[in-house]
Design a protein around this ligand. Structure first.
Ligand code: ASP
Length: 430
């Protein structure tokens, strides 16, 4: 067990977690699981979240302050945002093409529609309420929200990651503009914090196999050990899954092939532990520390690039979420018997892209933004009740794609800057 690569240990943890969950549901160990197993999963996620803000702050400040001039930052920034947009639009388009070809909604019986609508009406309303808050704000609210008025309160919640990024960039850029002599202690401080946090990531990762065991065990018990509803929504779920697989098996390998020298198999080996955490936590934000560590230490992405590209990606680049939103929006429309015309489909491309940028990197966030996508094409947002039952599992899968997309873009940007170094094959999997 000791010499096993981390991702194998995590896979074993996941499998045992699912097996445990099935057995616990079967033997009625619900209370035991809630009291004694689930808390470990929660602790594991808290540990990951605990270091997200200090990590982003320290690594971005370290990364930017090491630049010799600010023009490199704006170059990396422009490239990053362009590639993020391109990959998101590809994802939404794939989703749209698939859902239009497969038409999962047209085979959906009206009885099932009523049953699910009634069963999930209150959950759906809660999401609609959150979405209404987002929708009421003006078009520039996104930019307004990015500028914090108080750095302490900005760093007090993981939800304000863009504000933290904004402050860190401002801080780092100011350091570059000052003579080195004036900032040497501040720089030493943030460099040191960065090293310490990375060590903490290593320590937390030692507990990852146990953490994912508890998370998945708890989840299966929550599902009641039954996958009945998954069957009812099988074709819809499969459409989303095929789209997500196309991103992982087609689009990202193509990006890597065209723009980098990194072999996809090596990329996959290096990033696998982050993908598994994304799956188990359903949160790109919680996975961020590990994504950064894997990209830097195991894929050879320079710290300058990863410290900028990955925190930004965790918040604004969600290919999996945008693909799912496109499929879900059209599925709900089909289930309600609407035929969407080309302009409505194009509206989906635009709103799903913007919605995935706006979605928080936490479980279930994509669904809140789906309400906005539905409203933009004139479909009753209560339709989300139809897909609630399978959302958690699809959330886990789309988060894997979100994280893989961020890592791919980090590798592409690093390669374009000549900052993707070759790694020792031993380091890929350790
Ligand atoms: N859970 C996703 C993430 O954190 C967001 C979503 O699609 O709900 O990346």
């Amino acid at each position: 067990m000791k010499n096993l690569a981390l991702h194998w240990k995590i896979i074993i943890g996941m499998v045992l977690g699912v097996v445990y969950g099935l057995l616990a549901s079967h033997f009625g160990l619900i209370e035991f699981t809630n009291d004694w197993i689930k808390p470990w999963g929660k602790i594991f996620i808290s540990l990951l979240k605990l270091i997200a803000v200090p990590l982003v702050l320290a690594s971005l400040i370290k990364g930017i302050s090491s630049l010799s001039d600010v023009s490199k930052l704006s170059r990396i920034g422009t490239k990053t945002i362009c590639i993020y947009l391109i990959s998101t639009v590809i994802a939404v388009s794939f989703g749209l093409i698939l859902v239009n070809v497969v038409k999962p909604g047209s085979t959906f019986s009206p009885e099932k529609r009523l049953e699910l609508k009634e069963q999930y009406a209150s959950d759906a309303n809660a999401k609609i309420l959150s979405a209404n808050k987002v929708e009421k704000s003006g078009p520039l609210q996104f930019v307004v929200d990015m500028v914090p008025e108080n750095i302490i309160s900005a760093t007090s919640s993981n939800k304000n990651m863009l504000q933290v990024i904004f402050f860190a960039i401002l801080f780092g850029v100011s350091m570059v503009m000052l003579p080195k002599e004036n900032t040497k202690y501040v720089k030493g401080f943030f460099d040191g914090i960065n090293d310490v946090i990375l060590k903490i990531v290593d320590i937390i990762m030692l507990s990852a196999p146990y953490g994912v065991f508890a998370l998945l065990g708890g989840l299966v018990v929550d599902f009641g050990g039954s996958l009945d509803l998954f069957q009812a929504l099988g074709v819809y779920s499969l459409t989303v899954i095929v789209g997500l697989l196309m991103m992982i098996l087609l689009v990202y390998p193509l990006f890597l092939k065209i723009f980098t020298k990194l072999k996809y198999i090596d990329f996959f080996k290096g990033i696998a532990p982050a993908q598994m955490l994304a799956f188990s936590t359903s949160s790109s934000a919680a996975t961020l520390p590990v994504t950064m560590e894997r990209c830097e230490e195991h894929l050879g992405v320079s710290k300058d690039v990863s410290s900028f590209v990955l925190p930004l990606g965790a918040t604004i680049n969600m290919d999996g979420t945008s693909l799912y939103q496109a499929v879900a929006a059209v599925f709900i429309a089909q289930a309600f018997g609407y035929d969407l015309d080309l302009s409505q489909q194009l509206t989906i491309v635009l709103t799903a892209t913007l919605a995935s940028i706006g979605a928080a990197a936490v479980p279930g966030a994509g669904m809140v933004m789906l309400v906005i996508v539905l409203s933009s094409i004139g479909i009753d947002p209560e339709g989300i009740a139809l897909i609630f039952a399978v959302d958690r599992i699809l959330d886990m899968l789309r988060t894997v794609v979100n994280v893989t997309g961020d890592a791919t873009v980090a590798a592409v940007v690093a390669a374009s800057e000549g900052e993707l170094k070759e790694v020792n094959p031993k380091d890929l999997m350790s």
